[in-house]
Design a protein around this ligand. Structure first.
Ligand code: NIG
Ligand code: FE
Length: 407
């Protein structure tokens, strides 16, 4: 639906006449402006007008949606996912219930390498079909834009296959998609003893073809213990810059392993995970433009520590929240649960968590001009909630289903 009016809104949430020009930091992150007793119009798919009280007569011709006292807010932006994969990994989940750790499973050829084996033999059509279903699931749960990574290919052929699937998803998706090349997700078994040879393939084989076919918007590296070290990470991000791909990093998930240092040194757009940070990492991040993206459903699912969100916010770092939807460490793209975890486990306020999952997350995939706030001219991607007393009810009602409709 490209033209409509929503009436009878209890609170219009995240209303900014001018959208923030930079990510919200410190106290600003708690600033979630709301307009009570409101209406909003969308024309040609864009937010056209909004106000309080009765819908003005000039908009009577528009199809009306009665919010019935629900809240209306901007859709979530999920800036970090891996939704293209061939098979679930519940066997590893069972192994973890019996005491094996995520790192042990990965070191024994499970984890990312397990997914890579399955992607290698899957057809492009199969991958597309299952990823499209996950995409629709996310969209129905309130996600209005999504980033999708490759990284279960780990060979030139399979990485390109994954990125072509993402490109095809872009052409049919109801929501905007950003594609990230994550060839540096893990070292394939046969390169564990000769890591530079795999990096050479990423740099000399994968990247030129990806650029030539316009298959990626960003480049990502898993910089962590047992994966890529700081020097390797920086080399790969620098190679990406030659093709105008901005960097993102998976970092500090398994320890204080230099992900933040590498991200800040390379001016990465975001460094994601951050379950382990010391004062040094937090200060570095706070004094940089790099966004710290936290993925609390991963900490929840793996039973690892939650990121120090309060430390980051208080020091002035720009932070965002995302789902990390993937088969190994977060088999869910439910952003409302991510927001609940951020409040319950990371002591973020509901307003902070909602901003981190909307406008700040939009900055993390450079979509801040079209998503993340209720601002005229932005995309009319909106969530209508069931009648709830206040927007704080969204994280309070964890795991619940308070989304009435997604537009
Ligand atoms: O973001 N940490 C690295 N990569 C993914 C997990 C990948 C997997 O286990 O399949 C993540 O958690
Ligand atoms: Fe991830």
């Amino acid at each position: 639906m490209k033209d409509f009016a929503i009436t009878n809104i209890k609170n219009l949430v995240g209303v900014w006449e001018q959208s923030p020009l930079v990510p919200l930091r410190r106290n600003e992150l708690a600033d979630l402006p709301q307009l009570p007793n409101a209406w909003i119009t969308v024309q040609d798919g864009l937010i056209a007008d909004y106000g309080q009280g009765k819908l003005p007569n000039i908009y009577n011709e528009l199809p009306h949606i009665d919010a019935q006292g629900g809240h209306v807010m901007p859709c979530f932006v999920d800036s970090h996912t891996h939704i293209v994969y061939a098979a679930s990994r519940e066997q590893e989940f069972v192994a973890r219930t019996k005491g094996e750790t995520y790192e042990e499973i990965a070191a024994n050829g499970g984890g990312i390498l397990n997914s890579a084996k399955r992607v290698a033999t899957a057809s492009e059509d199969e991958l597309f079909k299952s990823a499209f279903e996950r995409l629709l699931l996310c969209a129905n749960q309130g996600t209005g834009a999504i980033e999708i990574k490759s990284g279960y290919g780990l060979s030139t052929e399979s990485e390109l296959k994954m990125l072509r699937v993402i490109k095809r998803l872009k052409s049919v998706s109801p929501i905007p998609i950003k594609a990230t090349f994550l060839g540096a997700h893990a070292f394939p078994m046969e390169y564990k003893q000769n890591q530079q040879a795999y990096i050479d393939i990423i740099v000399n084989e994968m990247l030129p073809q990806i650029a030539a076919n316009n298959l990626a918007d960003y480049i990502d590296v898993f910089c962590d213990r047992g994966f890529f070290n700081i020097e390797q990470t920086r080399q790969i991000l620098q190679a990406g810059k030659q093709y105008n791909l901005k960097g993102k990093i998976h970092g500090n998930e398994l320890g204080l392993t230099g992900g933040v240092q590498a991200a800040v040194a390379e001016n990465a757009i975001s460094v994601d995970h951050l379950e382990y940070t010391s004062d040094e990492e937090i200060n570095l991040l706070a004094n940089s433009e790099t966004i710290g993206t936290m993925l609390p459903s991963t900490a929840f699912f793996l039973g690892i520590p939650y990121p120090n969100a309060r430390g980051m916010i208080n020091s002035g770092a720009a932070i965002a929240l995302a789902s990390d939807f993937n088969p190994g460490s977060s088999p869910s793209g439910r952003m409302s649960f991510v927001i609940s975890l951020a409040c319950i486990k990371m002591k973020m306020t509901p307003a902070e968590a909602i901003n981190a999952a909307t406008i700040n997350a939009a900055f993390a995939i450079e979509m801040q001009e079209s998503l993340g706030t209720i601002t005229k001219g932005k995309l009319g991607k909106l969530i209508i909630t069931k009648p709830i007393p206040s927007v704080d009810y969204l994280p309070y009602n964890f795991g619940g289903d308070i989304i009435e409709k997604v537009l």
